[in-house]
Design a protein around this ligand. Sequence first.
Ligand code: HMH
Length: 220
Amino acid sequence: MKKIGMTEAWLRKHRPVYNAATKHPFIRSIRDGTVQIHSFKTWLAQDYLFVREFVPFVASVLIKACKQSHDNDDVEVILGGIASLKDEISWFKREANKWDIQLSEVIPQTANKNYCRLLESLMSPEVDYTVALTAFWAIEVVYQESFAHCIEEGSKTPPELKETCERWGNEGFGQYCKSLQKLVDQRLQKASDDELKKAEVMLLSIIEHEIEFWNMSRGN
Ligand code: HMH
């Protein structure tokens, strides 16, 4: 029997809250085709702002990896993530154009501001690499699972939203999340009890912030 990693054990332990994020009503509404277009547009506009803040956060994880990890795998995987963010930002601009969203006029909502504040706090050099890397993986994997759910067999995702779902739900992004998860598990194997606890609390915090982020697109 294959020994499961710490991240997998945590996801099992926290399955209900993890599912609340990856199978959120907003995601379900995309999947069953009942999503309100204004909800989708709210998400798109807010996520553009989030991704802009996400870039310096990922850069800070890269710096931590360069300093603390003696394994080159880490740096390469994270660098790949940064490289694809360039494409992602261009995609957001094109997509916003398609939906007539003026990105320069978007005002961050409270949940978005709170999430960005968390990212900002994680950029501090005081924050341990293992904890920051755990956060990074968690941020990516919630999107991966959520959007993969929207393109599974039997989903009724509207054709005009398929490309969005493919962006995070595709196989390549899934592999990238698996690579990140592997790096996290390697770090967690060597972590102290204190670091382990902090990383687990961080995973839960990210999941809660993701739920709040999806909530912005509901009922407004
Ligand atoms: C809120 N979480 C949020 N936005 C994203 N783009 C991702 C995760 C994945 O990069």
